[in-house]
Design a protein around this ligand. Structure first.
Ligand code: PMP
Length: 437
């Protein structure tokens, strides 16, 4: 009989190789994951004893770094009370408090919170809310969505259908996905006024299709996994105006940008606009547990539950998980009692100066920063199998994809660690260029 408890690292790594699916991976891939044994502050300790500075905040989520005393304490005390109970017919203080806090920190019109268990589900819920809202208003013909090219909203079926259908990672499924509409991605960079040319595609689509459009869905200001691009706040403002003019809902997917990452608490604030439906996730629990939420207005909620529908039919088993909600409440305490705006602004400055030398490396197409996000775009895609071990050898944890080498570190990173992270990133890219041209 296999002894599962006393197992060498070699043995469990073999089990991992033989049986485990990793994100976005092929079983034929030559890229072997690094074994990590612990994480504290902004550092991950690998099973072989090496330490790396985390430049990824575990995909935008670990904003306070790892092993945070306040979050640990919240988890421990909630565990003593209860780790989970079903949310159907029961409620508890961690969920109710989280709901109130989310309502208090988001635009005033958003008063109803659906607590979901992942970002993709939060976006699915937003889509269902939008469709059911129009059914409630007797307009079931408004059943299509309009998303942006280069957009990314998740890996489940409804969310795959609003990811970029050409360059996105889900095009294999195009034939079986609902057919939505896609506007050209905004090309006007952040900080500039959107040109009429930039508005042309989305304006034309809304004008032509508003009678069948339930909602526009977009990632405000930062298009993440679809290209790490920062676009014009003016574009977002004008899309909001178009939605108002043509009676189309606006769904803001702030799963990645929420809770300060772009320099504002929510990226919509850059444009001074309020979405009709807002999705948050990732950093909600400071990266401790999977939790997300979808917020909408009282008017939307009332219409959704009116007429034949009567109720909103969605209820994940782990909805409102008390442990995750308690940690989320602690994470919001830590965030809102800190000077996060100065921290993020300092990180933006540190990234701007630290990554600037990358512009001198041949093969670098662009370097851009916004809030606590730094992006180096290359002319050619990186080879993950060779570049990832190099980053680790230099003591940093980054996970590039395609032509993008990017970082979104925990907000707690020190100026020295940030400078090191940038210097090592540039050292690796210079080495890569020297070796492979
Ligand atoms: N929307 C956006 C903008 C995201 O970046 C992501 C995750 N990368 C999702 C939705 C999906 O979230 P999750 O991975 O938690 O399902």
């Amino acid at each position: 009989m296999t002894d599962y408890k006393h197992v060498s690292a070699e043995q469990w790594l073999e089990w991992d190789r033989n049986h485990i699916w990793h994100p976005y991976s092929s079983v034929h891939s030559p890229v072997t994951p690094f074994a990590v044994s612990s994480a504290k502050g902004v550092r991950l300790t690998l099973a072989d004893g090496r330490e790396v500075i985390d430049g990824m905040a575990s995909w935008w989520s670990a904003i306070h770094g790892y092993n945070h005393p306040a979050l640990n304490e919240a988890a421990k005390s909630q565990l003593e009370a209860m780790s989970h109970v079903m949310f159907g017919g029961l409620t508890h203080q961690p969920a109710a408090t989280l709901g109130k806090r989310l309502v208090d920190m988001t635009p005033a019109s958003l008063t109803r919170v659906f607590i979901a268990d992942s970002g993709s589900v939060a976006v699915e819920v937003a889509i269902k809310m939008a469709l059911q809202y129009w059914i409630g208003r007797g307009r079931s013909d408004k059943h299509r969505l309009l998303a942006l090219r280069n957009g990314y909203h998740g890996d489940t079926f409804a969310t795959m259908a609003i990811c970029d259908p050409v360059n996105g990672m889900h095009h294999l499924f195009n034939k079986v996905l609902p057919q939505h509409l896609f506007a050209d991605a905004p090309a006007t960079p952040f900080g500039e006024t959107a040109s009429d040319q930039d508005m042309a595609s989305i304006t034309r689509l809304i004008e032509q299709h508003h009678h069948e459009l339930a909602a526009v869905v977009l990632e405000p200001i930062v298009q993440g996994a679809g290209g790490m691009r920062f676009y014009s706040a003016d574009y977002l403002r004008r899309v909001r105006a178009l939605c108002d003019q043509y009676d189309v809902l606006l769904i803001a997917d702030e799963i990645a940008t929420g809770f300060g990452r772009s320099g504002k608490l929510f990226a919509c604030e850059h444009a001074g606009i309020e979405p009709d439906i807002l999705c948050v996730g990732k950093a909600l629990t400071g990266g401790y547990l999977s939790l997300a939420a979808t917020l909408c207005s009282e008017e939307l909620a009332a219409t959704i539950c009116s007429g034949e529908a009567g109720a909103f039919m969605h209820g994940p088993t782990f909805m409102g998980n008390p442990l995750a909600c308690a940690i989320a409440n602690a994470s919001l305490d830590v965030l809102l009692s800190s000077d996060w705006q100065s921290q993020v602004a300092a990180i933006e400055q540190g990234l701007r100066s630290g990554l600037a030398p990358a512009r001198e490396i041949p093969g670098v197409a662009d370097v851009r920063c916004l809030g606590a996000i730094g992006v180096i775009e290359l002319q050619q895609p990186v080879n993950m199998a060779t570049i990832q071990p190099r980053f680790v050898d230099h003591g940093v944890w980054l996970r590039p994809f395609g032509k993008l080498v990017y970082t979104m570190p925990p907000y707690t990173i020190s100026p020295d660690d940030l400078a090191l992270l940038c210097a090592k990133t540039i050292a690796v890219l210079s080495e890569e260029h020297a070796q492979h041209g």
